[in-house]
Design a protein around this ligand. Structure first.
Ligand SMILES: [Zn+2]
Length: 126
């Protein structure tokens, strides 16, 4: 029988925390959770900047990087090509914030999980 629990991919190894007391770990866990961004304000993906040359004869863009920047949200899915969606200029700041929130939330969850993992190893109450 195989349990199909979801596990995020994680490239680093287990976090060593031998010098931290159990009380310190619990305090750190509380502090991390207080720093969680609002979870409705998250977006997984990366914000990409593009410049494009229009190709019109005589356009000044031929000498520079092109018209832009224009922004796209690139979202990857396993086994598929990343999906690119246009981000209007007026949404740029909010999308950038949501993307950063997602990264931060993910880091925090990973750290909290590692603390719980360590507590489990120590046979401490979770
Ligand atoms: Zn042009």
């Amino acid at each position: 029988m195989q349990a199909a629990y979801y596990q995020t991919s994680h490239t680093r190894g287990p976090t060593a925390m031998p010098n931290e007391s159990t009380a310190t770990l619990r305090k750190r866990r509380d502090a991390l959770l207080r720093k969680l961004p609002p979870l409705k304000a998250i977006l997984r993906g990366s914000l990409i900047e593009r410049f494009k040359r229009c190709g019109k004869p005589g356009c000044k863009c031929a000498d520079g990087p092109g018209h832009g920047p224009k922004y796209y949200l690139s979202v990857s899915y396993p086994g598929l090509r990343p999906q690119m969606d246009y981000v209007p200029q007026e949404s740029h700041d909010q999308v950038a914030e949501f993307v950063a929130n997602y990264q931060r939330a993910r880091e925090i969850l990973e750290e909290v999980s590692e603390i719980n993992h360590e507590l489990l190893r120590r046979r401490e109450e979770l």
